[in-house]
Design a protein around this ligand. Structure first.
Ligand code: NAG
Ligand code: NAG
Ligand code: NAG
Length: 386
């Protein structure tokens, strides 16, 4: 509650500085704003892009912007190193959709439709649109990667796209069990992969939420840091230092095995300690519990956004700063120092899903990843209706 109020106050504080981006974006990207009535949504949730101030200006190694124009030349526009052929990255995400049960409220009803750019979406279409944009970014920044979608065999999910594979795994995918099931599905997937490890081709894995944009090549994680089995992202947050939305696993037999054992421990901690936690938080709390239980390092290391490797139980765990590998503007009153120039993953948590689609549309029409990051930097603290 405290966080929400803090955020709201800050929001009011920023209000005079807010302005609507459509006036800024010339070139017919959003020719006309049709302001929809969105029934029963919080008053402060916007149905169009709204920009606040871009923070971090004047700080070194932060992205500097003028409106939605990037002032720094970043690597995104230049040519990127090709992934070594022996190592590939497979993204793995859990996603389900049910055309009857997911949304009795409005999978078809026009009252629940939301317009982004020139498209209109019902609830199911919104989830699919997010998944599609997730693929789109990966295809741009890591074109040699595959995506595996772990899903309920009963789900009606069908995706026909090159490099994307739907992989049903039995389980209980109801909304309130989804975070628990997600860990189970990860483990089941790694169990299968362990039997198929090939000595000629290493498939590294990155398990992620689907509401992320990969904005730079992540193969570098496996190249630049040699000695880890799995990687987690951390932030300076005492109670929730780890985010479960990004887990990288080295695709060697040892890496897969250590990651399986680690995740099994997280699953046990979740069941025994956090079953009653909110459906969103249980896995993060369990993850933090396992790390704190085994770790022999000073937890103060989580306060500095610098990568480090430490043993956790038998596993070598690479801790990566959320600031670069899982960037999201802090909610509420958290201090906000802009966006690092080397950001690689943007996470559109909570009420930022509209921004994810708008960002893709903007990138798609402008061709500039850096400008798109300015759009996200300016708009990331706005709450959207979708
Ligand atoms: C980014 O651009 C700003 C504004 O032009 C400049 O002051 C800053 O030094 C640049 N940062 C880097 C690392 O180049
Ligand atoms: C889900 O949708 C598909 C196609 O729209 C339809 O063929 C199928 O029967 C539906 N399934 C259920 C359970 O309603
Ligand atoms: C934008 O989208 C179109 C149609 O999907 C695609 O052909 C084009 O390559 C995209 N542009 C960029 C910069 O991704």
């Amino acid at each position: 509650m405290k966080l929400v109020c803090g955020g709201w106050r800050r929001f009011l504080w920023c209000l005079p500085l807010l302005f609507i981006v459509s006036h800024l974006l010339s070139g017919g990207l959003r020719p006309d704003l049709s302001i929809e009535e969105v029934p029963k949504k919080g008053k402060n949730k916007f149905d169009r892009l709204v920009l606040g101030p871009a923070t971090g200006q004047g700080l070194p190694n932060r992205l500097h912007c003028q409106g939605v124009k990037a002032l720094n030349r970043t690597r995104y526009s230049s040519s990127r190193p090709r992934a070594e052929a022996r190592e590939r990255t497979t993204f793995v995400t859990v996603f389900t959709i049910y055309n009857g049960s997911l949304d009795v409220r409005g999978s078809g009803g026009s009252s629940d439709r939301v317009v982004v750019g020139r498209s209109s979406y019902n609830r199911v279409e919104r989830s699919m649109a997010i998944l599609t944009v997730f693929f789109n970014f990966i295809q741009v920044t890591m074109p040699q990667s595959d995506v595996v979608i772990l899903t309920d065999p009963a789900s009606d999910l069908s995706v026909t796209r090159e490099g994307v594979f739907v992989h049903p795994i039995e389980g209980e995918y109801s909304r309130d069990k989804l975070m628990l099931q997600r860990i189970r599905s990860y483990i089941a997937f790694l169990d299968e992969e362990q039997r198929n490890v090939s000595p000629d081709q290493i498939h590294n894995y990155i398990f992620t939420d689907s509401d992320i944009a990969v904005v730079d090549d992540l193969n570098s994680v496996f190249r630049d840091f040699q000695d880890f089995h799995l990687a987690l992202t951390f932030r300076n947050n005492k109670n929730q230092p780890l985010n479960s939305g990004f887990i990288a696993v080295r695709g060697t037999p040892e890496g897969i095995n250590r990651a399986r054992m680690f995740l099994k421990e997280v699953l046990e901690a979740y069941i025994s300690r956090y079953s009653s936690a909110s459906r969103m938080l249980g896995d993060q709390l369990a993850l933090a519990w396992v790390v704190k239980f085994h770790a022999s390092f000073d937890l103060k290391r989580f306060t500095k956004p610098q990568a480090f490797v430490e043993k956790v139980g038998g596993a070598s765990v690479l801790f990566l700063p959320c600031a670069v590998y899982n960037w999201t503007p802090p909610e509420g009153a958290g201090q906000f120092h802009g966006m690092p120039l080397d950001v690689k993953v943007v996470h559109f948590k909570g009420s930022r899903k509209r921004l994810m689609l708008e960002s893709w549309n903007y990138y798609n029409s402008s061709g500039s990843m850096a400008d798109m990051l300015c759009l996200i930097l300016g708009s990331g603290r706005t709450k959207y209706d979708f």
